[in-house]
Ligand binder design. Structure first.
Ligand SMILES: [Zn+2]
Length: 145
């Protein structure tokens, strides 16, 4: 980790990893049913497919395929920059099975259904402790196939 990089903390714990190396992709914190193998995001203790209360924690992503998307012409929550633009929102299908709703990184003309996506972190703001508060998002990525 670079000395110039502030410590990163999640906006809410329990949804994604924050790698020590900012060049590494984060992972989503999911669950896998030990009975039927179905995987979920976010984590759950009871399988939504077979209803067995027997899941284990798994890491999901960091790649997926854009299932659908839209563009919000309004700054994202928590963004205070006066020149802030809108943002994409989409659903990304993970190879492990779950379809994840997520903020998308990129401009309003950068998305197309079926394109490969890669998970990354975005800093929303700094907290009072000087840490970067981050969320996950997906970015179009040709190397995510
Ligand atoms: Zn199951």
């Amino acid at each position: 980790m670079s000395a110039a990089t502030a410590e990163r903390v999640p906006i809410e714990a329990g949804f994604f990893t924050i790698p020590d190396d900012p060049a590494q992709s984060p992972r989503l914190l999911g669950s896998k049913c030990r009975s039927c193998g179905e995987q979920f995001f976010p984590r759950r203790t009871v399988c939504a497919k077979c209803l067995e209360a027997d899941t284990e924690d798994v890491l999901l992503g960091p790649v997926g395929t854009l299932y659908t998307w839209t563009y919000v012409h309004f700054p994202m929550f928590g963004v205070k920059a006066k020149d802030a633009k809108g943002y994409g929102v989409g659903q990304v299908d993970l190879p492990e099975g779950p379809r994840v709703q997520s903020v998308l990184s990129g401009g309003e003309h950068d998305f197309r259904i079926g394109m490969p996506m890669r998970l990354e972190l975005e800093t929303l703001k700094q907290n009072r402790e000087g840490q970067d508060v981050v969320i996950f998002r997906f970015r179009p990525s040709e190397d995510a196939r």
